[in-house]
Design a protein around this ligand. Sequence first.
Ligand SMILES: C[S@@+](CC[C@H](N)C(=O)[O-])C[C@H]1O[C@@H](n2cnc3c(N)ncnc32)[C@H](O)[C@@H]1O
Length: 344
Amino acid sequence: MRLGHFDALKPICPACRINGQQEALRIEEVLLEEGGHILQARILCAACFREFPVIDGIPILLPDVRGYIQQNALALLMRQDLGAPLRSLVGDCLGPTGPYEQARLYLSSYADEHWGDLEPGSSLCVGSVQRVMGVGLELAGPVSGPRLDLGCSLGRTTFLSASQTEDLCLGVDLNFSMLSTAGRILRGGEVAYDRRRLGIVYDPVRFGVTMPGAERVDFWLADAATPPFADGSFSVVSSLNLIDCLPSPAGHPEVLAQLLRPGGRAILCTPFDWAPHATAIEGWLGGHSQRGPDRGASEPVLRNLLIQAGFSTVALHDRVPWSIRLHARSSMSYEVELWVGERA
Ligand SMILES: C[S@@+](CC[C@H](N)C(=O)[O-])C[C@H]1O[C@@H](n2cnc3c(N)ncnc32)[C@H](O)[C@@H]1O
C-alpha cells in the first residue's frame, strides 16, 4: 500500500459506510515498510474501532474482516518461499479438489490473461482483457482525476489505465492471491506464477516487466458492493467482467454512480455469464423468465438500471471478444458487451 494513495483517496470505514456514515480511516501502526510501500500495518476506524490489516502490502478494507480472514486463511497465510518442485508436490498431495487447487487454477488463468503476452517469446493467445480496457478507455476519453478499477484481478488493466493518465489509479479486488501477485509485480517488476499445463501439472513462470505509470498504481482488497470511499471520489471507474460475479448485480450501477464525480465516466463490460455459485437466480439481470417482457435478455435490464442510476450512454459495443486460458489445450471464449457511460 502506498501512503500517497491512502492520503489522497482518504478511504472511509466500509462498515460505517453501510450505516450511512463516512468515517475516515487512519493508519494506526506500521509494522513493515519497504521501498515506499507499507507491507504490514494496522488501519483503524476511530468511530467504530474496527481494525483493518495490511498484509503483504494489501490493505483489507472490508466491513467483515473477521469473516474474510476466517474464509481465506489459506490464501492469506500461503507460503511464498517454496520452490517449484515442492509446490508441485504439495499440489499432488492435495489433489484436484479443494481450495488450494481452485485458487491455483484461477490464478493461473487470470495471470496468463493479464501478463502472459509479456513473457519473452510468448506464443499464448492471451491479452484480450487489456484490449477491452483499451477500447473502453479510448471511448471514455481524457478525464482528469483518480481512477478506480473494480475487480482488477492481477491488475494489468489498472497499469494500462495508469499509462494513460497523470492521476492515481487504484485496483480493487476480493481475491487476496491475485492482489498479492499484482502487488509483487508493482513493487519488484517481476511476474511470477504457476501456469497450468494440464490436470494438476503446473509450470513455473517468471519474467521481468517495466510498466509505465506504475508509480501511480496501488492495489487494495475491498468489496465492490461496499467500496471504502466517499461519494464522488473518482473520475473514471472501470468494472470489467465483474457484475455477473456479484451477489447483487442490480445494485452495481448505483455504486458506480456514487463513486463517480459528476461528469465522470464508467467503463463496464460483461459476458452476462450468470452462475448460481456467484449470484442466486433471483439476483440475475435477465437470464431467466423468457416469457417476460424482456424475453430473458440481460442487456435491456442492465441498461435500464444504468439509466436509473443517472448515467447517459457514451458508447456501446455489443460483441467484444474476451477469453480466458484454462490449460495448454483449452480456453473459454466470450463476447462481452462493453458500455461506457457518463454520470450526470
Ligand atoms: C471474471 S473476473 C474478471 C477479472 C478482470 N476484471 C478481467 O476482466 O480479467 C472477476 C473478478 O472480480 C473479482 N470479484 C468478485 N467479486 C468481487 C467483489 N464483490 N468485489 C471486488 N472484486 C470482486 C474476482 O476476484 C475476480 O478477480
